[in-house]
Ligand binder design. Structure first.
Ligand code: AP5
Ligand code: MG
Length: 212
């Protein structure tokens, strides 16, 4: 299947994409993870992206286009779920053209909705493993005891003011893409509230319905 998992920061895109990978063999392609990796390794791309990411702004479209297209090509144009791409109208147009050019159109855009106050709680209590990028939540999904606590850190863009800016940027630039995918009959709204497994159950139901 060729999927997008869509939604505001902290909606659970990465968490749910990870479960799609573990349980259905659908590879997560997260432009955010690729950019954070590049930042950690201090590559040219990482250096260019850092100031945007730390401020909670979008990095320029041209910087993420190749990352996403290369990752899709590496997966053989199938069995992937895009997490965090596209985020602007320009990126969505590029993606549509790219996939149509390979005769591999999207199957669905799973759009998670979560109220802002829940998002802020999720993001302010999120922690990540510095080396593996594994995501935890201090209340709902704490790091296991055998993980070195010194490697558990907070993301640079999970400060309260930055979270607010990311939400504002999402509303302005990214949320309008729901109409874009609705017009193309690809949008599948998914209630993103409740526990991680509860949300995953809704995603599995939505995917079953698509296959019928
Ligand atoms: P990116 O990494 O994509 O961040 P984001 O969209 O802001 O989303 P998050 O990763 O913060 O949240 P998520 O929805 O994945 O939630 P998660 O599963 O972690 O992008 C970062 C930055 O990179 C951008 O700001 C931008 O600068 C740049 N960038 C990336 N892509 C770009 C693009 N295409 N164009 C331009 N710039 C780009 O869950 C959050 C927390 O909640 C976790 O702690 C988790 O454990 C917990 N949680 C999850 N689900 C539940 C649940 N059901 N119940 C309770 N807790 C839960
Ligand atoms: Mg994420």
């Amino acid at each position: 299947m060729r999927l997008i998992i869509f939604g505001p920061p902290g909606a659970g895109k990465g968490t749910q994409a990870g479960l799609l990978g573990e349980r259905h063999g659908i590879t997560q392609i997260s432009t955010g993870d690729i950019l954070r990796d590049a930042m950690a390794q201090e590559t040219e791309l990482g250096k260019k992206a850092k100031s945007y990411i730390d401020a909670g702004d979008l990095v320029p479209d041209a910087l993420v286009r190749d990352l996403a297209e290369q990752a899709i090509a590496d997966e053989g144009y199938d069995d992937f779920v895009l997490d965090g791409y596209p985020r602007t109208r320009q990126q969505a147009d590029w993606l549509t053209d790219f996939l149509e050019g390979h005769d591999t159109p999207l199957d669905a855009v799973l759009s998670l909705s979560v109220p802002d106050e829940v998002i802020v709680r999720r993001l302010s209590r999120r922690r990540v493993h510095e080396e593996t990028g594994e995501t935890y939540h201090l209340d709902h999904d704490p790091p296991p005891d055998d993980v070195d606590p010194d490697l558990i850190v907070q993301r640079s863009d999970d400060e309260p003011e930055t979270i607010q800016n990311r939400l504002d940027v999402y509303r302005e630039e990214t949320e309008p893409l729901t109409a874009y995918y609705e017009e193309r009959d690809l949008l599948v709204p998914v209630d993103g509230t409740g526990g991680i497994e509860e949300v995953f159950g809704r995603i599995e139901e939505a995917l079953d319905a698509l296959e019928r």
